[in-house]
Design a protein around this ligand. Structure first.
Ligand code: HPA
Length: 283
């Protein structure tokens, strides 16, 4: 397989945006929400949904992972114009950086200026309930890879991008305030990005805990890096589907378990996101 020439690759977000534009109609959504494993239920709350399969959007990843529908929908959520993305590329699928960059940059071209990313994650805190939510305040890119490695396209962002406050303080404050009002526990935590697709070993979990992580998962961080590079504001909600490897003797980690428990988070995720959305787009 030969790779497209560099000029062609940087045109990929434009082609993707052109494919998506017709489903926007007259709407100009400022926010896009990416739904992680098992968290697709929020899509049912989208009113007047116009949906496109990722297969019809050039450069969008057709996921090989169960629980990732591979659809992008435009519509209104809690009265707010929004784009909902069900499905994402994971680096463990063997995708290259373009599979991460193209969707995020296409959103930017469509006028989106903030992203709410969701994922399923394992918790390092013995008191965490399965099915609870965590608002991510920082990350550790344990996988040691950046989607920005390689030549920099200055048209999108600077060669060296700062990730201080990558998780937008104003958006986090809105999420915290609405969670408090709704009686939904929403601790903040540091997300460790593990490449996968195997789960972590108990020794790796002990190492990550010692480094200061609170939760672990196999996604999201590459998207955050690309989004910050092109100036999108980002907030991330993790749905806790399990205690991390080695923390519970009776637990066997599996993707089935992740998807099943993620569904338990779906109700609170929907309540929180729909309540916070009008303020998230103003934050
Ligand atoms: N580790 C990595 N990814 C995950 C986990 C986990 O424990 N739970 C859900 N996604």
């Amino acid at each position: 397989m030969s790779l497209p020439a560099p000029a062609d690759r940087s045109a990929a977000p434009q082609r993707a945006a052109d494919a998506i534009r017709p489903v926007l109609g007259d709407a100009r959504p400022k926010i896009a929400i990416v739904l992680g494993s098992g968290l697709g239920d929020l899509a049912a709350a989208l009113e007047d949904a116009r949906t496109l399969s990722y297969a019809d959007v050039p450069g969008f990843p057709v996921s090989s992972v169960a629980g990732h529908a591979g659809k992008i929908s435009a519509g209104k959520l809690a009265g707010v114009d929004a784009l909902l993305l069900q499905g994402r590329a994971h680096v463990y699928e063997g995708v290259d950086a373009d599979a991460i960059k193209t969707p995020i940059r296409a959103l930017k071209l469509l006028g989106v200026d903030r992203l709410l990313l969701t994922n399923a994650a394992g918790s390092f805190h013995p008191s965490s309930d399965e099915g609870s939510l965590v608002s991510i305040c920082d990350h550790i890119a344990w996988a040691g890879w950046s989607p920005l490695a390689g030549p920099n396209d200055d048209a999108w962002g600077p060669r060296f991008v700062a990730l201080t406050d990558a998780y937008d303080p104003a958006m986090r404050a809105e999420l915290a305030a609405h969670a408090g009002r709704l009686g939904i526990a929403l601790p903040e935590g540091v997300y460790a990005w593990y490449l996968g697709p195997n789960f972590e070993t108990p020794a790796e979990i002990r190492a990550l805990r010692a480094l200061g992580a609170d939760v672990v998962g196999m996604s999201t961080v590459p998207e955050v890096i690309v989004a910050r590079h092109c100036g999108l504001r980002v907030a991330v909600l993790s749905a806790i589907t399990n205690l991390a490897a080695g923390m519970r003797k009776d637990q066997h980690l599996s993707h089935d378990h992740t998807q099943r428990v993620a569904k338990l988070c779906a109700t609170n995720l929907r309540r929180l996101v729909t309540a916070a959305l009008p303020d998230l787009v103003r934050a």
